[in-house]
Design a binder for this molecule. Structure first.
Ligand SMILES: Nc1nc2c(ncn2[C@@H]2O[C@H](COP(=O)(O)OP(=O)(O)OP(=O)(O)O)[C@@H](O)[C@H]2O)c(=O)[nH]1
Ligand SMILES: [Mg+2]
Length: 312
């Protein structure tokens, strides 16, 4: 099951950096050494076992961009599932960036009218914190206007914080074929455990692919923060030749468990009872494993309306 994802935007806007962090285990600092991408760099990323993301990282230098719109037009813009357009928030050539973006949309409209469009307003770390919202809101409304008749979803991102994980989690969520089935199953599991929250992370990227929330929480950015923190920790472990397996964190308010779940996921369970014995939760996680492994194997073969059976 291959899904073509186009990554486009002006040279230096940060496309290869984000791809390398999410899919190739780079840390943000390493991206300073990346050279400009020549033409298109293709990578096939296996995601959740069956799903293969066919990433087209399109070098953004002008000569290459012109080529995409002319001689390579059909090849580049055909069969696209997702277009991710990256804007450098500090760019001084806003009109020029917009012109390229709109040319891209035209080509998408002709060749892949069903494609979903995401715009990332990137390098937000370079903007003082108190100005970020105002600048982002202005860019977002301008982009939405200029994208018509297509719809675009915008995110503010930076490789230096968790915002990158929020954007990419949302993007891949859209590409998982039976994500609703997975979500209902997770919600059944959370109810049985009487958990506050259960999250499912893709194993290699640590992106959140599904979650069930049974108790509201004030921090709306907590999922991507966890992705970012645990991924960094996982990379530190691998530098020491150790494999990250599981983690348990407790305080006076909750107990949380992260554990390897299926061949392609980690699970995180948050319980309100800070004194709950570890063994009880770990046994429950172990018992649910088979069920979720089966869903993973069925991924992509289930009808869109399939409803998961209740499990005990
Ligand atoms: N401050 C800041 N710098 C970033 C961010 N993302 C990427 N960069 C830097 O931007 C520079 C260019 O990044 P690349 O990822 O190579 O840019 P690109 O879009 O792939 O460029 P082309 O391949 O030429 O199209 C690198 O030095 C990165 O370290 C970010 O979020 N914040
Ligand atoms: Mg590049």
């Amino acid at each position: 099951m291959k899904k073509k994802v186009l990554l486009m935007g002006k040279s230096g806007s940060g496309k290869t950096s984000m791809r390398s962090i999410i899919f190739a285990n780079y840390i943000a600092r390493d991206t300073r050494r990346l050279g400009a991408t020549i033409d298109v760099e293709h990578s096939h990323v296996r995601f959740l076992g069956n799903l293969v993301l066919n990433l087209w990282d399109c070098g953004g230098q002008e000569a290459f961009m012109e080529n995409y719109f002319t001689s390579q037009r059909d090849n580049v813009f055909r069969n696209v599932e997702v277009l991710i357009y990256v804007f450098d928030v500090e760019s001084r050539e806003v009109e020029r960036d917009m012109h390229y973006y709109q040319s891209c949309l035209e080509a998408i409209l002709q060749n892949s009218p069903e494609a979903k469009v995401f715009c990332l307003i990137h390098k937000m770390d370079l903007i003082p914190e108190d100005q970020r919202s105002v600048i982002y809101d202005k860019r977002e409304s301008e982009l939405k206007k200029r994208s018509l008749p297509l719809d675009c979803t915008c995110f503010k991102t930076s490789i230096w914080d968790e915002t990158l994980y929020k954007a990419w989690s949302n993007i891949v969520h859209l590409l998982i074929p039976n994500v609703h089935y997975l979500e209902s199953s997770l919600s059944n599991f959370a109810t049985i455990l009487d958990a506050d929250e259960v999250l499912l992370f893709e194993r290699a990227t640590f992106l959140v692919i599904a979650h069930s929330v049974r108790r509201p929480h004030a921090d709306v950015h907590r999922f991507e923060k966890i992705s970012n923190i645990v991924k960094q920790f996982k990379l530190s472990c691998s530098k020491l030749q150790a494999q990250f397996q599981s983690m348990e964190v407790r305080n006076s308010c909750f107990a949380s468990f992260i554990d390897i779940f299926t061949p392609n996921t980690y699970v995180m369970v948050i319980m309100s009872d800070p004194d709950i014995p570890s063994a009880a939760t770990l046994v429950n996680i172990r018992n649910a494993r088979k069920y979720f492994e089966k869903i993973e194997r069925l991924e992509g073969t289930l009808p869109a309306t399939a409803v998961p059976p209740k499990f005990q």
